[in-house]
Design a protein around this ligand. Sequence first.
Ligand SMILES: CC(C)(COP(=O)(O)OP(=O)(O)OC[C@H]1O[C@@H](n2cnc3c(N)ncnc32)[C@H](O)[C@@H]1OP(=O)(O)O)[C@@H](O)C(=O)NCCC(=O)NCCS
Length: 187
Amino acid sequence: MSKEMPEHPFPAIAESATVRLRRLRPTDRIRFQAYRKHPSVTQFQSWPDMSKVEMDGFLWAMSQLETPLQPGKWTQIAIARPGPDTLVGDMGWHLSDSMSEVELGVTIDPMHQRKGYAEAAMRMAMAVVFSRPQVNAVICGADPRNTASLSLIRKIGFTFTHLDPSPMEEGILDEMFAMTRTTFDAH
Ligand SMILES: CC(C)(COP(=O)(O)OP(=O)(O)OC[C@H]1O[C@@H](n2cnc3c(N)ncnc32)[C@H](O)[C@@H]1OP(=O)(O)O)[C@@H](O)C(=O)NCCC(=O)NCCS
């Protein structure tokens, strides 16, 4: 890392007393890699195998993103506990090419699950993305066997839209959901 470039030059993306959404950074590598390998996390989603150098490069690139919403690209965001900053999970944000739709995915370290982090992070992320006037809807999807994720999605108030072939497993249809701006504003 060069002396001229601070490791995390940008402020948090959003923050409350209990959850901070911020850019991932190279110092997250050990925790990030540990929970991303956990069987309960890999059960319904994959993460590419990366060497230490590749992972450091990826986390460095994420730390330097000026905006986490880039048309046509997935961006990975850290979910941290504020105070002495502790990584508890991460989110994927994907802005559509038309910039009207954002897909969200969330992963929480099994050590920190069932403490409300995923719900808080999703609600915070939706507030951030709907602050962009072009965004009309937030979407997300889950494997039909992923009861935790489906329960989270329904609790937040997403509406089922359709089934989509799973990118993970042939023959499985992911359940897809959406929340429109109108529904979000009414909540
Ligand atoms: C799904 C996941 C993100 C939930 O994270 P979490 O921080 O534990 O969730 P929260 O504590 O915010 O829980 C919010 C709601 O989600 C649902 N939920 C979370 N974990 C659940 C579980 N194990 N079983 C059933 N419902 C669950 C509940 O409705 C819960 O509300 P409640 O506490 O009032 O019952 C977490 O289990 C995870 O990371 N799983 C592995 C990765 C994954 O499959 N991600 C989804 C793919 S995009």
